[in-house]
Design a protein around this ligand. Structure first.
Ligand SMILES: C[S@@+](CC[C@H](N)C(=O)[O-])C[C@H]1O[C@@H](n2cnc3c(N)ncnc32)[C@H](O)[C@@H]1O
Length: 509
């Protein structure tokens, strides 16, 4: 290394963490010599003085040194993991109407965050705007300007199906212009990941994409950034790196997990995939409660996986599974409804929904189809569509516990608490052992400050589950909406808190 380059390396490293060694050093050498010449500097020392005194010149140099390589639908398996596995779980975790918040950190010219929007739009259609909020940040102002312009050359479309390009882009003299509704869905920020302060809007993320950026940083910088992300992420959240970088980023800040051969990091334990979640399932540590009203779908899998027949489980993982299931749906409706139910219980929401769509409207299994579809729609927060199907199910089976419980859940989620209570009471009337109805009723009563009644309902949950941990069989088609372990843990905690509050009130009276 030439000693002359050292000040440039140090300045850039201290500012944004880029390590300029090897190929990057060669690049630095060419760029500083060329810049010095263009700016009329006699030598590199003079150019160094120039960039030290001019923020603009320094930014320009940094922009030339960043590697902005990106394209649409890069690492499509990760996008599939996101849309088909992670997003449904995040939506299922939501207890309010807040959108799912996603950050693309080091977004370059926007292909990554826009790919997320397109992939989500493919599944959620017009509801994408209300369900998701996507932010994106990069150090380099030039690429951010390109991202905001939303016009891309052929080069950005390496991984894109023609049909996607046709539907989301319009050919122009200068390239392909991205549809406005996609552009409007991403907020871009200038972001230096090494800065002490990030823009205040960057907060409360459910998911952060940090792909193909960490490779330019050393260990210390990566650790600094992980800690910054930790502060930006919700208690239960996910961090995704490029598949080749993930192992080198297991720095002890987040937990590294694996799902179907893909690795990602989690904060909290709600999104731990089934295989590793099963290990910790028996005991919920007191300092790390899963305080969720709805069971993540991955958790539902644990319970089903234990009881499902291995033959069926294997059949479902065959590579030709989709084709064979579809074939079976056409030929043996009843058996296949069972397979679809298995998919629902396994959290394979999109596939289950697609298969349910292919069921004839007037089939004998219409009642079950309505319930399974409602469950999937409920987890996607498509409440009115779910409600319509539940009404249909109730005309077919007026005391359907599955349907009534989901009615209550919808109203609870929509904060129509009186109606929610009525439905949960109907469930309890029909099936007194249905502990999820007691649990949700208790939650509502607690929030309404009906402390005595709330405590009794939580105690009922504990009583039912201690007598029979597999109670809840009154739900015929849909999975339990809350894991048994969570229900026990949360009911115990709420009971203890309520007892202490009631005690204080009595003493003060
Ligand atoms: C190779 S691109 C990755 C783009 C996209 N994430 C992808 O995977 O296709 C790396 C991006 O990281 C950005 N970057 C580098 N250092 C950064 C820093 N300290 N803060 C924010 N962005 C940075 C660069 O400007 C560049 O656009």
């Amino acid at each position: 290394m030439t000693a002359q380059l050292l000040p440039f390396k140090t300045l850039v490293y201290d500012y944004c963490g880029l390590v300029l060694e090897g190929i990057a050093e060669d690049r630095l050498r060419k760029i500083v010599h060329s810049n010095a010449k263009q700016t009329g500097c006699q030598n590199l020392k003079e150019y160094e003085r120039l960039i030290r005194s001019s923020g603009e010149r320094f930014q320009q140099l940094v922009g030339q040194l960043t590697v902005n390589e990106t394209y649409f639908f890069r690492e499509p398996e990760q996008l599939q993991l996101l849309t088909e596995v992670l997003i449904p779980q995040v939506l299922a975790q939501k207890i309010d109407a807040e959108p799912v918040r996603i950050l693309s950190a080091g977004c370059s010219s926007g292909e990554e965050p826009y790919s997320l929007v397109i992939a989500l739009h493919e599944l959620y259609g017009r509801r994408t705007a209300e369900l998701f909020q996507i932010d994106a940040g990069d150090l380099d102002l030039t690429v951010l300007a390109k991202a905001q312009a939303g016009i891309y050359s052929e080069f950005s479309f390496r991984g894109v199906e023609d049909s996607i390009r046709q539907r989301y882009f319009t050919p122009q003299a200068r390239g392909y212009e991205l549809a406005e509704h996609v552009r409007k869905q991403v907020n871009f920020y200038q972001l230096n990941l090494l800065a002490e302060e990030y823009p205040v809007q960057l907060a409360d993320y459910d998911i952060i994409f940090f792909r193909n950026v960490s490779i330019y940083f050393d260990l210390e910088t990566r650790r600094f950034i992980h800690n910054k992300f930790n502060a930006l992420m919700r208690q239960q959240s996910i961090l995704l790196l490029g598949s080749s970088e993930t192992m080198g980023n297991d720095l002890g800040v987040f937990e590294l997990v694996e799902h179907a051969g893909q690795y990602f990091f989690i904060k909290g334990d709600a999104y731990r995939p089934v295989s590793s979640q099963a290990l910790s399932w028996l005991q919920v540590p007191a300092d790390n409660p899963r305080d969720a009203d709805f069971m993540p779908l991955a958790a539902a899998h644990v319970e089903i996986a234990q009881s499902s027949e291995p033959v069926l489980a294997e059949a479902l993982t065959e590579s030709t599974e989709q084709a064979s299931l579809t074939h079976a749906v056409m030929n043996f409706p009843f058996a296949d409804l069972g397979s679809i139910q298995q998919l629902v219980h396994d959290g394979e929401q999109q596939r289950a929904l697609r298969l349910l769509e292919s069921f004839p409207e007037r089939s004998e299994e219409r009642y079950a189809v309505c319930l399974l579809k409602s469950w999937l729609l409920l987890n996607m927060q498509a409440f009115s569509e779910a409600d319509e199907l539940l009404e249909e199910a109730l005309t077919l089976e007026s005391w359907s516990v599955d349907a009534m419980l989901m009615k209550g859940m919808i109203y609870k989620w929509q904060e129509r608490l009186e109606e929610a209570c009525q439905w949960f009471k109907k469930v309890i009337y029909t099936c007194p052992e249905c502990w999820p109805a007691h649990y949700y009723l208790a939650d509502i009563l607690r929030n309404q400050q009906q402390l005595d009644s709330a405590m009794k309902s939580y105690q009922t949950v504990l009583r039912i589950l201690s007598a029979n941990p597999s109670a809840g069989k009154c739900l015929v088609w849909i999975p339990l909406p809350l894991a048994v372990a969570d229900a026990v843990f949360l009911s115990q905690r709420h009971t203890a808190q309520l007892a202490s509050t009631l005690q204080t009130i009595r003493v003060n009276d």
